[in-house]
Design a protein around this ligand. Structure first.
Ligand code: COI
Length: 359
């Protein structure tokens, strides 16, 4: 089905405000945004308009009761000007899993892909061609009922905007393993990419930042014994012969970068284990000198090393220089995305003027 998207273009592009040599994460947005509404049980009113403010009622239910979910994905441009997306249908699948958990409507593939295609073609000049830079794309959905009572909204808005970005973190991270606060717990919404999870993380993260850390490394909500994720990304622990990452559960976000790293490393014959990783075990690896590297992974964070973790006020330095597995992974993904190496995993979608083409 071809979507009828009403398009209103900017009178004058804002692209001159964007310096590809000096990109600050999440501050400059492309010229256009996509929106559509879910009303009477149907997605409708597909439109692309100049990026800008949206009218909101003070009673808008997302503002009060938090039915708001989002995704993060990236478009990359190679030296020949070819634009690719990395596993976009995985983002849609996760958006729809989040939507189900939050009592929100499913978004059909044709709406997601055609909206992305049209928006990205319109704003393609904004996609930086420099290796390591990309266009960050933020699809999101929120409840728009004007109603004070607590119940799932009947009406929703789905939107996409985008901004050129380079790295989210400019250096290796110092993380504090959380002993008191909880981001998400069993049976909760930790596995959904919903706004509230990020709000819940802000206060403990602020406390950690006040003490000189970049991020909280969350632990399970019941015992604070098992590693979960950081506020923006999944986590990997590398010992002499094995790569570990916390196994998925309902308090942990199923990162697409996480999944891609696991598949990439396993395809290279490496031993990757998804399991519950206890803080005790992590400290033992450190004490025995077996801990080689730790990194976080996410769309925005890409793959960023942890140079120190702290637990019960004790600091544990971790190697974050030299020949790092994280660097190999980042290079492998960049090569795939820019079509330097073949896409043997079937992860790359090429953006064309009239359609998306699976590689
Ligand atoms: C992403 O990596 O896309 C995220 O959503 C993390 C974000 C909060 C910056």
């Amino acid at each position: 089905m071809s979507l009828k998207i009403t398009t209103k273009l900017v009178e004058e592009s804002n692209i001159s405000s964007f310096d590809p040599e000096n990109i600050v994460f999440g501050r400059v947005f492309t010229d256009h945004m996509f929106s559509c509404d879910f009303r009477n049980n149907q997605w409708q009113d597909f439109r692309i308009e100049p990026f800008g403010k949206i009218p909101l009622s003070p009673t808008l239910s997302a503002l009060h009761y938090g039915q708001a979910i989002f995704e993060g994905m990236k478009a990359v441009k190679n030296d020949d000007g070819v634009i690719t997306l990395f596993r976009p249908l995985e983002n849609l699948a996760r958006l729809n899993r989040s939507a189900e958990r939050m009592c929100m409507p499913q978004l059909p593939e044709e709406i997601f892909m055609q909206a992305l295609q049209k928006l990205l073609i319109l704003d393609k000049e904004w996609i930086p061609a420099k290796r390591g830079s990309s266009l960050y794309i933020r699809p999101f959905m929120f409840a728009i009922d004007d109603f004070l009572g607590v119940k799932p909204s009947e009406n929703y808005c789905f939107m996409i905007y985008a901004c050129p970005v380079s790295s989210y973190y400019s250096q290796p991270l110092k993380v504090r393993i959380e002993e008191k606060y909880t981001r998400a717990s069993k049976g909760g919404v930790g596995a959904a990419k919903c706004a509230g999870n990020y709000a819940a993380a802000m206060y403990p993260t602020k406390l950690a930042q006040k003490d000189g850390f970049d991020q909280v490394l969350w632990t399970d909500g019941e015992q604070h014994q098992y590693l979960e994720e950081t506020g923006t990304s999944n986590v990997f622990v590398i010992t002499e012969d094995t790569i570990y990452t916390p196994q998925l559960n309902d308090s942990l976000l199923a990162g697409i970068t996480r999944d891609s790293i696991i598949k990439l490393l396993r395809s290279q014959g490496k031993n990757v284990i998804e399991k519950q990783i206890s803080v005790k075990e992590l400290i033992q690896w450190h004490e025995k000198g077996e801990l080689r590297e730790m990194f976080v992974s996410g769309t925005a964070a890409t793959v960023t090393n942890i140079e120190m973790f702290s637990y019960m006020d004790k600091k544990y330095p971790v190697n974050a220089t030299g020949n790092l597995l994280s660097t190999e992974i980042v290079n492998a993904f960049n090569d795939m995305k820019t079509l330097i190496t073949p896409d043997k995993f079937d992860w790359i979608t090429i953006l064309q003027e009239s359609k998306m083409v699976h590689q």
